[in-house]
Design a protein around this ligand. Sequence first.
Ligand code: RIB
Length: 305
Amino acid sequence: MTVRQKVVVFGSLNMDLVVRVPRMPQPGETLSAHGFLSNPGGKGANQAVACARQGGRVVMVGRVGDDGFGGQLRTALVAQGVNAAGVATTPGVSSGVAMIMVDDAAQNCIAVVAGANASVGIEDADALREWLADAGLLLLQLEVPMTSVLKAAAVAKEAGCTVLLNPAPAQALPDALWPLLDILVLNETEAQLLSGLALVDLHNAVDAAMLLRRRGPRDVIVTLGEQGVVWVSAVGVRHFKAHKVEAVDTTAAGDTFIGALAALLVEGRSMEEALAHAIRAAAICVTRAGAQASMPSREEAERFA
Ligand code: RIB
């Protein structure tokens, strides 16, 4: 029997341009910032790196532009042990860029220019067949066109691969996508938008997860920041507490959680073990600045109590 331990990520790559501000500016206001960091990001690439840092074998499929950022984004993936052979260049467009402001309370505001991510097409999803033959899990997010995400999920199903969707940034999903999903991992905002329920406490989060599970995914996981994580599956409802940490920057905490979860699931760990590990990895991530720059190693996440 083939053990399918590879993870394929189909999604975005962005260069994150991060400015540290004392507080978020008002419209029309100019603020003095106290720091700048340029580091590789993008939800797809972040999840690929997070998975690789936890020991996963990962292939990234996506697109960059023919600018300087494109080369840097590819090099960053390779440096973290991600196979970037599935990252193509779209001529004549810029790479994806995210303008991020992080305030002293560790909250962020992000504006994303899709750039080459918008050119990830149906043909790229079709080409996934090559990578999915021996893969255990396909990771999807929503920073590339929805039509391509839908096709990618269909191709993965045909290949007998588990499909995990992180519906971020939050947007409505086409009806045809729901039955193709095995695992749905989403935050409060996304759960609220997709379920139509207001998430004011843990009970609402469970209700939202149950409602969404009825649409197709066998596992629905809602991440709730300081309130931890809710997991709803065929075996019932579980709540996992968050670790208390001093937050510096929450950017990519969700991506770190998802990449780590994927790495442990394809190793054959139980969902309980994978969730506990992913929560530790995400807790470490928020104590550091940046996206890929903030992700812990496997050893660090295992040592974290
Ligand atoms: O999830 C965090 C990511 O969202 C950032 O790295 C940024 O690129 C945006 O896509």
